[in-house]
Design a protein around this ligand. Structure first.
Ligand SMILES: Cc1cc2nc3c(=O)[nH]c(=O)nc-3n(C[C@H](O)[C@H](O)[C@H](O)COP(=O)(O)OP(=O)(O)OC[C@H]3O[C@@H](n4cnc5c(N)ncnc54)[C@H](O)[C@@H]3O)c2cc1C
Length: 406
């Protein structure tokens, strides 16, 4: 079921992003890191280029469509194309990947749970961004409710044709610039998962504010914002999926379905950063060691390179398996978590080992040395979209409930 061959379109996407990454993105990436923002002109140029690359395989097409055009029984390649693009763009610069205009992490919940009218309304604003770049975002995490998603405290109370939201969301990717954010709230914390609701809260809604912008160790060019809701009146029409959906645990399920779609993308990005570090170390070894030199130190170093490469390749294959399942419309929660857990760890190890292999050179902060940046960027890949520990809990729960699985 897993295709190892890329389609011609996917190969073209890879090659285009590789040359853009090498010639255009990497030379600017440290400047963006310092100024804590990706250059808006670059994002605009990239958006125009992406629009022209868009084809039947392009994952964004599904986001933009209000109604599904495709036969849901037929496999597609949308998720696979997305992970190929995510890996390659993160190889160039992960901050860009997370800063691209579009619905971002807010896309999957609207796609999974929104009504046709909501999809049309919320995705419609991204159809044409020639006038202005726009973003969507995903607001689940709160101070005191990160991994423990069931314990969110942001409240929602019905009042006529609206809900009144009160609470605080933190670490929201592109939250400050977003035109809308999918906000998770609860009608009653005592109900746990059953009390959760997902709303699309639009920028400019009275009572909806951007709080502080975080100063992070890595992914510094990508915005991470705090969002505040104070007596924020959100129309019932913005409750994702409509009220009848919430007779079950739909709010919580919306959050979880989002992770099944986004964890493979995040894992692919980790593979991209890990591969960048691995390739840097490999080239450094090629340049600085004679391949024929029969000294134990050299053997130990190539053994480390082999291990880095092997683990990154294994992570990529798991990611591809998880998206192949999604493209075949099969549940992929366990595989998405496996890919994320392995990719995060393999890529962190690759970044650490690459610095060690390059010795003092690897730790330098210069205009050319990206190893130090990759080392800062990668750590969060074992934190957001569920930490490594949480992925292992998800996997073990699935293994214990489905004893037939290997
Ligand atoms: C750069 C960045 C971008 C982000 N973007 C978004 C975003 O767009 N939207 C959003 O909603 N959130 C976002 N987040 C938040 C992110 O999803 C959370 O940080 C993450 O879920 C972990 O939550 P926490 O930070 O509260 O850590 P905690 O949940 O407090 O975890 C702390 C430690 O305890 C461990 N732990 C927790 N529970 C268990 C358990 N049951 N068993 C074993 N170990 C456990 C964790 O693995 C971790 O090591 C972002 C975070 C960052 C850093």
């Amino acid at each position: 079921m897993i295709e190892f061959e890329l389609t011609d379109k996917q190969n073209m996407l890879r090659e285009t992003l590789a040359s853009l990454g090498k010639d255009v993105i990497r030379p600017q990436t440290l400047a963006w890191d310092r100024q804590k923002a990706v250059d808006e002109q670059f994002l605009r140029t990239f958006y125009t280029m992406q629009s022209s690359l868009r084809g039947p395989d392009n994952p964004m097409e599904d986001f933009y469509e209000g109604k599904k055009k495709r036969d849901p029984s037929k496999p597609v390649q949308t998720n696979r194309t997305a992970v190929v693009g995510c890996e390659m763009l993160a190889w160039a610069d992960a901050s860009i990947m997370l800063s691209l205009p579009g619905p971002g992490l807010g896309g999957p919940p609207v796609r999974a749970s929104g009504t046709s009218e909501q999809k049309e309304r919320f995705f419609g604003i991204f159809k044409n961004m020639d006038d202005e770049l726009r973003w969507g975002a995903y607001g689940l995490t709160e101070p005191g409710a990160g991994s423990d998603v069931a314990s969110i405290r942001t409240s929602c109370k019905k009042d006529g044709d609206a809900y009144i939201l009160n609470g605080r969301k933190c670490y929201i990717t592109m939250g400050g610039r977003a035109s809308w954010v999918v906000i998770f709230a609860t009608v009653d914390p005592a109900l746990g998962r059953a009390g959760q609701r997902a709303f699309v809260v639009e920028k400019g809604t009275p009572g909806f504010f951007v709080g502080k912008l975080e100063d992070k160790m890595g992914l510094r060019a990508n915005e991470t914002a705090e969002l505040v809701l104070e007596d924020c009146r959100v129309p019932v029409a913005n409750l994702l999926g409509g009220e009848e959906k919430y007779e079950t645990k739909e709010g919580f399920m919306t959050a979880m379905k989002t992770f099944d779609a986004t964890r493979p993308m995040v894992a692919a990005m980790a593979v991209g950063i890990g591969r960048a570090a691995y390739e840097y170390a490999r080239d450094f070894v090629k340049e600085n060691y004679m391949l024929s030199r029969p000294i134990p130190r050299y053997a130990a170093i190539v053994e480390r390179l082999a291990r880095m490469n092997r683990n990154l390749e294994a992570a990529r294959i798991l990611v591809w398996k998880s998206v192949a399942m999604a493209d075949h419309h099969q549940p992929n929660a366990k595989e998405a978590s496996m890919g994320k857990a392995l990719a995060g760890q393999a890529a962190i190890n690759a970044c650490v080992e690459a610095i060690e292999i390059c010795g003092a050179h690897g730790s330098l902060k210069t205009d050319h040395a990206l190893l130090e940046k990759w080392f800062r960027d990668i750590k969060v890949y074992d934190i957001f979209e569920g930490t490594g520990q949480i992925q292992r809990i998800v996997i073990s729960k699935r293994l214990l409930t489905d004893l037939k699985s290997f």
